[in-house]
Ligand binder design. Structure first.
Ligand code: PLP
Length: 392
């Protein structure tokens, strides 16, 4: 059994994919070709965003978003420690400080109540209000005054965060909101599509994502004309009026034409795949309902998850190991997203955070695991997964 079955999708789309790839080979515009512009147009329409800017990866999308706000040293950017490293890596790359904020126990997403506390802690420079970086043994010692600038929310596993509350707190405190929608392209929050829920939405087209290409790719979305212009310039070395006019320091962050052509083929069946994902998730929830020791995901009213992952919580780490082992013996792959919260990663050791700072993230890292999830998962396969989990 595959964890994510890309082969079934490819078989279904083979002709269309071949045609689209051949078209690019024929016109030869491999960089920023017409397929990139067409994809930007189609995805902006789907998301309901005024602008879409294709780029080289989800990580670059986040980096471009932060660069467009001029983020740098002394800036505090609030985010969750229960995510892939890219979310916070880009903050540190620019010399800004990631301020971690624990997640809600029910959704795995940034907790608005704790965000409020973390903003207060930075404003008052007081780690007794909420854990702050640089103020523990092993950190840099004295807490430098930081300037709250923005929030990077994450729609983990394909479920949007609580944007009504997160946007309200951000707006009260003059913070921008970058939505890390790497896992949530296609999801919805109260009638609006993921990628359009903050000031800039950033998604990833990594192959395993709900809409994935055959390599790396990403996209920024925004309603703001000025941010759009800045991101377009940053994407190509801070380009100005022509190719060798540079008005700011940027990056080479372009999306390949071939990847755009592949995405155009896949996007044709994407809405149907989102629907199939709902059916697969619904079936898991029903099949696993009798397992009292396994916690299945709950989707709040008004939200639509795109189910990038179907993640379960075991009772303990030992229980999780037993469940994964039994599935493995039956040839069923599982994965752990994420085994170590970011504040405990060596890469962020200089921030001086400690074990115990973000208890929900730390607890879930020991108990969470994901089972196979993709639009082509068969009912019989899900039944065999559930039967094993029920037995353990
Ligand atoms: C939450 C999150 N943010 C950012 C990224 C980075 O995307 P990419 O791998 O396309 O750079 C990922 C990819 O796994 C992700 O899951």
């Amino acid at each position: 059994m595959e964890f994510i079955d890309l082969a079934s999708q490819q078989t279904r789309l083979k002709q269309k994919l071949d045609d689209n790839i051949q078209r690019v080979l024929a016109h030869g515009k491999y960089v920023m070709g017409p397929e990139v512009l067409e994809l930007e147009k189609q995805l902006a329409g789907y998301v309901g965003a005024r602008h879409a800017i294709g780029c080289a990866s989800g990580t670059d999308a986040l980096l471009l978003a932060l660069l467009s706000y001029g983020v740098g040293s002394g800036d505090a950017i609030f985010t969750t420690p229960f995510t892939f490293i890219a979310t916070a890596e880009v903050i540190s790359l620019l010399g800004a400080a990631p301020i971690f904020v624990d997640i809600e126990s029910s959704t795995f997403n940034l907790d608005p109540t704790k965000l409020k506390l973390a903003v207060q802690a930075v404003q008052s420079n007081d780690p007794s209000v909420y854990p702050l970086p640089y103020c523990r043994p092993g950190g840099r010692g004295a807490l430098p005054p930081l300037r709250p600038r923005g929030v990077i929310t994450v729609d983990l596993f394909g479920l949007p965060a609580d944007y009504d509350r997160l946007n309200a707190i951000s707006s009260e405190n003059d913070l921008f909101v970058i939505e890390d929608a790497a896992q949530s392209f296609g999801a919805e929050y109260k009638g609006n599509k993921a990628c359009a829920l903050g000031h800039i939405g950033c998604t990833s087209f990594f192959p395993a994502k709900p809409l994935g290409c055959y390599g790396d790719g990403g996209m920024c979305f925004t309603a703001d004309d000025s941010l759009n212009e800045t991101i377009r310039s940053l994407r190509v070395h801070g380009q100005g009026h022509h190719k060798y006019d540079h008005v700011r320091i940027g990056i080479n962050g372009r999306l390949d034409t071939l990847q755009a052509a592949i995405l155009l083929a896949k996007f044709e069946i994407f809405p149907e795949e989102v629907e199939l994902r709902q059916q697969v998730a619904q079936r898991y929830s029903e099949l696993l309902a009798p397992c009292s020791g396994i916690h299945t995901p709950s989707i709040p009213a008004g939200y639509l998850s795109v189910w990038a992952q179907y993640s379960l919580l075991a009772e303990s780490e030992t229980h999780r190991t037993a469940l994964q082992q039994k599935l493995k013996e039956a040839g069923i792959p599982t994965a752990i997203y994420y085994p170590k919260p970011l504040h405990l990663q060596t890469a962020f050791a200089a921030l001086g955070y400690q074990k115990g700072d973000f208890p929900i993230s730390e607890d879930y890292a020991t108990r969470i695991f994901s089972v196979p999830m993709h639009p082509y998962l068969q009912a019989a396969q899900q039944e065999s997964i559930a039967a094993i989990l029920r037995r353990v």
